[in-house]
Design a protein around this ligand. Sequence first.
Ligand code: NAD
Length: 467
Amino acid sequence: MAEFKLLINGQLVAGDATMDVINPATEDTVATCARASIAQLDQAVAAAKAAFPAWSKTTIDTRRAALIAMADAIQANVPELARLLTQEQGKPLEAAMGEIFGASAFFRYFASLDLPAKVVQDTAEAKVEIRRKPLGVIGAIVPWNFPIILMAFKVPAALLAGNTIVLKPAATTPLTTLRIAELVKDLLPPGVLNVIADANDLGAAITSHPDIRKISFTGSTETGKRVMAGAASALKRVTLELGGNDAAIVMGDVDPVATAPKIFNAAFQNSGQVCIAAKRVYVHESIYDAMCDELARLADAAVVGDGLEQGTQFGPLQNKAQFDKVLGYIEAGRRDGNIIAGGHRQGDKGYFIRPTIVRDITDGSALVDEEQFGPVLPIIKYADADDAVVRANASDYGLGGSVWATDSDKAWELAAGMESGTVWINKHADLQPHLPFGGAKFSGLGSELGQEGLNEFTQIQVLNMAR
Ligand code: NAD
């Protein structure tokens, strides 16, 4: 039985306090785990700082080998880790397996990258080279919707670049991360990776810690602003992956029956708790009724339940606060539109909400303008596609977006006009490790994944020699 301890300086240690982690499907306690104090956070940062000089001087091949060993350890334990992830996060077991396996693949992907020095001048006058050096201690902060894959956006990239880490999962989903820490602890020198768990109370101390050089943060826009302010005192670098309100624009030339299932999945996977879920759908008036009917049919047929039960398509909301928030957005939908599927919780135990489709709603409703982050989807009618892009862009968010069309030239043109970090055409939420991912406007700063994401864990150094 795993003990869910903190990992500090290569040792598993009990927390100065403990906390219960709740299964959102049953509301029972999954396990009691360590909860770190400020003093333990300081110990973790001190360990990471002490480990940095030696780790940063290892060869990139040594660090690649460590990442591959970590990937192997994660992959070898997919069944156990996935079950634990389902119990603490709620997602169906198959999705949890995909997330854990995907994380191991992201470790392998980063192990394939390089950070070569670039010679920009080598002449009789001068030799000039651009190098990328590690930053130091990285504070990595992760939310509760994809605790493991989002960890794998950060940890392997930071380590490959030669940094050391203090990693903090979200308060409601720390268990799988702590178990992974236990599995990989002997694959790295002590202090290179430290993992602490908190009750949502150590984020500010991490952000403003004088010995942390960069914060890699994924979470809400509201917290992201606090991270940026907190990081200012020590002039830390920040990468912020924040909230989104992705628009999907569906043109009149698509087949609603063929397209609806794809949009449905883009909106409801992980019970809508996806930063890049389709969160508002703009549909051309010529196919509006047909699209609404299809989406409602899919919502009515959806199997919602405990992620450990076979056949479950959608699990519960991850925590009570989010469950209450989403019920509030359903009320906004009831007020401002017509609910044609769902519209209520399922059962009276667990944080289950039926997939909900709201039609006859438009911009100006909280359900359209804000990030619902749950299984309730507003469908908005439009007449002119260029106008739909203007409405999609009239948001502070700019994470992802999509255009659905048969006319690919028009789709490409509309997509290019959308103010978001990624725009998909005839698909949505397709994330791949080699493609940089990041948000525009209030959806974030900088990017993760790809060579660009790796570069963000480095400091440029120019060596410039006269001859
Ligand atoms: P959140 O901002 O409440 O919490 C995220 C993390 O920040 C948690 O680990 C939390 O403990 C920590 N935290 C809390 N207060 C902090 C502080 N003052 N300083 C530093 N850290 C602090 O977000 P959440 O509710 O867990 O996650 C949902 C949000 O995350 C949604 O808005 C979603 O769109 C966004 N998200 C974005 C991406 C992306 O890549 N852009 C991915 C997943 C989720």
